[in-house]
Design a protein around this ligand. Structure first.
Ligand SMILES: Cc1cc2nc3c(=O)[nH]c(=O)nc-3n(C[C@H](O)[C@H](O)[C@H](O)COP(=O)(O)O)c2cc1C
Length: 345
């Protein structure tokens, strides 16, 4: 039986072990890190702790070889978990110092985070922390309205602290061109039976035991309850049911797009993109905004140059988001319990 303390969404912030050892505190913080977004909710991370550090490792058994053949999104997902850990540490007057790829011989070791006592958080840090449990990937149509003038610059600043860059598109002709590329890439992906099979294998019923993957409801479909229904997903094109399938739908529900880019395409760039993504999503959440992903023209490598051109960037596109406000916050997606993501080193 799961208890509230097993589910990282439900654990009370007040239960942080202030009087415990630093290692116990680090273990508590890992619960927040696991609330990070990840591609297909694969949660491709493992953590090992020491007296004043945590190691973040790739769990490549959770890779998505069809949609993500180079583990780029897997790495970005782990970077997002690192970013959330950093934010959570500050809330409890701790400072996380990140060493990316600390062991060149062992490339699954993405980061060693050293944690030390520090000054109390400022108001902005507390606000970001409070957003951790309210952040969701929200695939619904957003209100078509303008944004406060300071939102895009604040997002750019949040992203730059992690060494990534951001282009924000609002009221821009580029949105239509980019939406067309998303729709084209989405069609190409769904034409591939291997892509459909891989996606289907991560779409579970929320009533199944597995605490990863996505429920059908998260994709705007009725939840998938039976093996027969899952067979249908594997066999038929889901294109019409997925939010990104059609350009008009994207344009009608996306008041702004945001493109996260990096200078190059290495593991460190991807980890920093994930850290930047986490910080930006928390900032958006704290301001009442939400986001969802339109990564298709990045995942379909042949369309990435066209995306660069449409977006007017020379850097490499890593994550494409639609941003806005929606009617209601979706339910949280499931997370594995802490004991499943902890390793003893
Ligand atoms: C690197 C990365 C890529 C993602 N790609 C997509 C995507 O292409 N389409 C989508 O709908 N969601 C995408 N997501 C969102 C995940 O599906 C989502 O984070 C996961 O299901 C957990 O849900 P949550 O974000 O609400 O906690 C992506 C997330 C990450 C971190």
């Amino acid at each position: 039986m799961m208890t509230a303390s097993d589910d990282p969404w439900l654990r009370a912030d007040a239960e942080f072990p202030s009087g415990g050892t630093l290692e116990e505190q680090i273990q508590y913080l890992i619960g927040y890190a696991t609330l990070a977004p990840s591609a297909h909710n694969t949660q491709p991370w493992l953590f090992g702790t020491g007296p004043n550090w945590v190691d973040v490792l790739a769990d490549r058994a959770r890779a998505l070889p069809v949609v993500d053949p180079h583990d780029r999104e897997l790495t970005i997902s782990c970077g997002a978990a690192i970013g959330i850990f950093e934010v959570a540490a500050r809330r409890f007057s701790l400072q996380a110092t990140i060493a990316l790829l600390p062991d060149p011989e062992y490339l699954d070791h993405f980061a060693q985070i050293t944690v030390a006592a520090s000054k109390p958080p400022d108001e902005g840090e507390v606000v970001l922390f409070d957003a951790i449990k309210n952040r969701r990937t929200d695939r619904s149509a957003y209100f078509m309205e303008g944004f406060p003038d300071d939102l895009a610059p604040a997002c750019c600043a949040a992203v730059e602290t992690a060494g990534a860059s951001l282009r924000f598109f609002e009221d821009s002709p580029a949105i239509k061109t980019i939406a067309g590329l998303v729709a084209e890439a989405d069609r190409l992906q769904f034409e591939d039976p291997n892509f459909r099979r891989e996606l289907a294998s991560w779409v579970h019923s929320t009533r199944l035991i597995s605490r990863d993957g996505m429920s059908g409801a998260g994709f705007g479909m009725p939840d998938i309850l039976t093996p027969a229904a899952r067979f249908v997903i594997r066999t038929f094109d889901l294109g019409n049911n997925v939010a990104a399938a059609d350009e008009k739908k994207i344009l009608a529900g996306s008041p702004a797009l945001a493109l996260l880019t990096s200078k190059s395409d290495g593991v460190v760039d991807w980890l920093n993109t994930g850290r930047a993504l986490a910080k930006m999503l928390l900032l958006l959440t704290s301001r009442g905004y939400t986001a969802s992903y339109l990564n298709q023209p990045i995942e379909v490598g042949a369309l990435r140059p066209a995306l660069r051109e449409a977006a007017g960037v020379t850097a490499l596109p890593q994550i494409l988001l639609r941003i806005g406000r929606s009617e209601k916050m979706p339910a949280p997606s499931l997370r594995r319990v802490l004991s499943e993501v902890m390793i003893t080193t």
